[in-house]
Design a protein around this ligand. Sequence first.
Ligand SMILES: NC(=O)c1ccc[n+]([C@@H]2O[C@H](COP(=O)([O-])OP(=O)(O)OC[C@H]3O[C@@H](n4cnc5c(N)ncnc54)[C@H](O)[C@@H]3O)[C@@H](O)[C@H]2O)c1
Length: 142
Amino acid sequence: MSKLKNIAVIGLGYVGLPLAVHLARHYPVTGLDIDPRRVQELKAGQDRTNEIDAGVLKASTLDITDQISAVENADVFIVTVPTPVDGNNEPDLTAVRGASKLVGGVLKKGDIVVYESTVYPGVTEDVAGPELEAASGLVCGS
Ligand SMILES: NC(=O)c1ccc[n+]([C@@H]2O[C@H](COP(=O)([O-])OP(=O)(O)OC[C@H]3O[C@@H](n4cnc5c(N)ncnc54)[C@H](O)[C@@H]3O)[C@@H](O)[C@H]2O)c1
């Protein structure tokens, strides 16, 4: 990790926000969320999941954004978007696909993408990886 400079956390919810705030104590971290209201609240120091106190949030060096261009320089992407199940108990991977497309659009050779979202075995390789490859033109794991 000592050689890795910039981290992007994608999805600033219950899982992503505390992770991003903690990592920001040691690394330059940008947190991206597609919900502009969530971004606005967090920038004002308000976390409605009550995981991070306003004082801690305001004092953090975490850069909060809803703009993908703000994470262009990241070397490590940590995806923490929701994976709900639908009415038939089927996992809804819309957010994982969407986040992968976003990340793939700015991915550079050698970058690392970590999926923290809860998924069934195989999703990283069979769903997320191909989305990253299609959007970036790069090859996973090569
Ligand atoms: N690995 C673990 O230890 C662990 C623990 C608990 C939960 N989880 C998993 O982490 C994931 C996130 O859970 P949560 O409770 O933080 O969810 P959450 O709903 O609290 O937060 C998710 C955030 O992601 C944002 N988002 C949705 N789609 C996005 C996209 N395409 N790009 C950027 N941001 C996007 C939402 O606006 C929201 O703010 C779930 O899959 C959950 O099951 C993992």
